[in-house]
Design a protein around this ligand. Structure first.
Ligand code: HGY
Ligand code: MN
Ligand code: MN
Length: 413
C-alpha cells in the first residue's frame, strides 16, 4: 500500500471536527486566537494524537510545535509540512488547521503503510500566524526563519496590553512539550504547506488542487492619532483636536488613493480603536491598522509613500504617525517543489491548476530558508476569515494524498 492510499478521509474529517470544538463558536466557526487557552487546548490535542503514534513532539522558544516521524538516516535535514492552529476572532475551522492536520495525517498514512523515508518528516504548527491578537502575523515561522528577532517578538503586546512573553509562558505551561534548546531554527531540507485557497478560483474552475506558485507581497501599518479630549457640548469645531475626525479624513483619502483601476491592490483597515470611547467626549486618541497587499513590491513601496503623505496632510491639527509593522516581499516558490505538486496531482488523477496565493502563509518565511511550495484545495464560495468557512472531506483528503506523495519524494531525495 502507498502512503497516499493510506490516507483516511474520515479520520482527517473527524480530527477537524474535534479541533473545531476547541474555541468553537455558536455559528460553527472558531475563535482560537494565538496563545489563548483554546490554542493551548489544540496543542495538547495534537500532541496527544502524536504520542499515541510514538512520534517525537517538541517545541522551540517561540512555541512552534513539531512532530517528528524518524527517517532511516537521522543525520539528514528533515522535510517539514504544516501550517497554523491559531484562528481569527471570527475564523473558520479549516484556515491553518487543515495544513496542520493534513501534515499529521500524512505522517500517520506513511506509518500505516509502513513507508520508510531517508529523511525525518515533521509536521509543524507555527505560533501566531494570524497576527490578529499579537502583531506581526506569521510570527513563529518568521522567528524560525530569522526574519524577526525572538526578543522583539517576546515584547509584543496584544490590544489589552498583555505581553507575548507572558502569554507564551502560560501556553507552554498549559501545553507542555520538551523545548528544543537554543534559538529557534534548525536546518530544513524542504517545506510544503497545504491550505484552503481562501478564494473562489478553484471552485469556479471546478478544480481540486491548486499548485501554488507564489504569494503576493504584504505590508501592515499602525496609524496613531493624538487629539485632545473635550466636552462634546461646549467645544466649537474650530477649537477641537478631534482624533476620530482626523482618522476619518485620513482613511477616506487612503481608500481613494488605493482604488486601482484593475482591482489588484488590496487595502484593508481592519481594526479601529477610539478613546476614551464616551459619547459626549471629543476623542483624544484614534488608532487603526492597515493591511496592504500586491504582487509587485514596487507598487507597495509607491503606495506606502502615498499613505505617509496622506497622514501628514490630513491629520492636522492632530499630531499623527504611521508605523510599518510588517513588510513581507512577494514570495516565489521553488520550481522543483511546484513541479512535484503538479506531477503528483496529475499521477493521482486530480484536476489541478497553477495559481498565486492572495493570502499570506507561513510558507512565505520558510521559502527564504529552503525549497518551499504549497498545495491549495477549494473552500466553499472562496469564503474564509469568516465562521461559515467550509470545505469538503473529499477535497481535504485529495490535497492530503498529494501532500503524502510530495513528502515521500522530498524525503527520499
Ligand atoms: O492574512 C492572511 O493572509 C492570513 O490568512 N493570515
Ligand atoms: Mn492561514
Ligand atoms: Mn488566516
Amino acid at each position: 500500500m502507498s502512503g497516499a492510499d493510506a490516507v483516511k478521509e474520515d479520520r482527517l474529517w473527524q480530527r477537524h471536527a474535534d479541533m473545531a470544538k476547541l474555541g468553537g463558536t455558536p455559528r460553527g466557526g472558531v475563535n482560537r486566537q494565538a496563545l489563548s487557552a483554546e490554542d493551548a487546548a489544540a496543542r495538547n490535542q495534537l500532541a496527544a494524537w502524536a504520542k499515541a503514534r510514538d512520534f517525537d513532539v517538541f517545541t522551540d522558544a517561540i512555541g512552534n510545535l513539531f512532530i517528528q516521524k524518524s527517517g532511516t538516516d537521522p543525520a539528514l535535514a528533515p522535510v517539514l509540512s504544516g501550517s497554523h492552529m491559531d484562528s481569527q476572532p471570527t475564523g473558520g475551522r479549516f484556515d491553518g488547521m487543515y495544513g496542520v492536520l493534513a501534515a499529521f495525517e500524512a505522517l500517520e498514512a506513511l506509518d500505516d503503510a509502513g513507508v520508510k523515508t531517508k529523511r525525518p518528516v515533521m509536521a509543524v504548527a507555527w505560533t501566531n500566524e494570524e497576527g490578529s491578537r499579537f502583531q506581526p502575523g506569521a510570527m513563529g515561522s518568521a522567528v524560525f526563519a530569522g526574519a524577526c528577532r525572538l526578543d522583539d517578538m517576546l515584547g509584543q503586546k496584544d490590544w489589552k496590553g498583555i505581553v507575548l512573553k507572558d502569554a507564551l509562558a502560560e501556553t507552554l505551561k498549559a501545553a507542555p512539550a520538551p523545548i528544543r534548546d537554543g534559538a529557534p531554527g534548525f536546518p530544513v531540507d524542504s517545506y510544503i504547506e497545504a491550505h484552503i485557497e481562501q478564494g473562489p478560483r478553484l471552485e469556479t474552475a471546478a478544480t481540486t488542487i491548486g499548485v501554488v506558485t507564489a504569494i503576493q507581497g504584504s505590508r501592515r501599518y499602525i496609524v496613531e492619532i493624538d487629539g485632545e479630549e473635550a466636552h462634546a457640548g461646549t467645544t466649537p469645531r474650530a477649537a477641537r483636536k478631534d482624533a476620530y475626525a482626523a482618522a476619518t479624513r485620513i482613511a477616506a483619502a487612503m481608500y481613494e488613493a488605493t482604488a486601482d483601476a484593475d482591482d489588484t491592490l488590496r487595502f484593508t483597515i481592519g481594526r479601529v480603536d477610539v478613546s476614551p470611547g464616551s459619547p459626549n467626549t471629543v476623542p483624544g486618541k484614534a488608532v487603526f491598522t492597515i493591511d496592504m497587499r500586491h504582487p509587485d513590491n514596487a507598487v507597495l513601496a509607491a503606495h506606502e509613500a502615498k499613505l505617509e503623505a496622506i497622514v501628514a496632510a490630513k491629520a492636522p491639527p492632530c499630531p499623527a504617525r504611521i508605523e510599518r509593522v510588517t513588510n513581507v516581499p512577494p514570495t516565489d516558490f521553488d520550481p522543483t517543489v511546484i513541479g512535484l505538486v503538479r506531477d503528483k496531482a496529475e499521477s493521482l488523477g486530480l484536476s489541478h491548476m497553477d495559481m498565486p496565493s492572495g493570502a499570506g502563509h507561513d510558507a512565505m518565511h520558510i521559502a527564504r530558508l529552503c525549497p518551499t511550495g504549497m498545495i491549495f484545495v477549494p473552500c466553499e464560495r472562496g469564503i474564509s476569515h469568516n465562521e461559515i468557512e467550509n470545505a469538503t472531506p473529499a477535497d481535504l483528503a485529495a490535497g492530503t494524498r498529494v501532500l503524502v506523495e510530495v513528502l515521500e519524494a522530498l524525503a527520499n531525495r
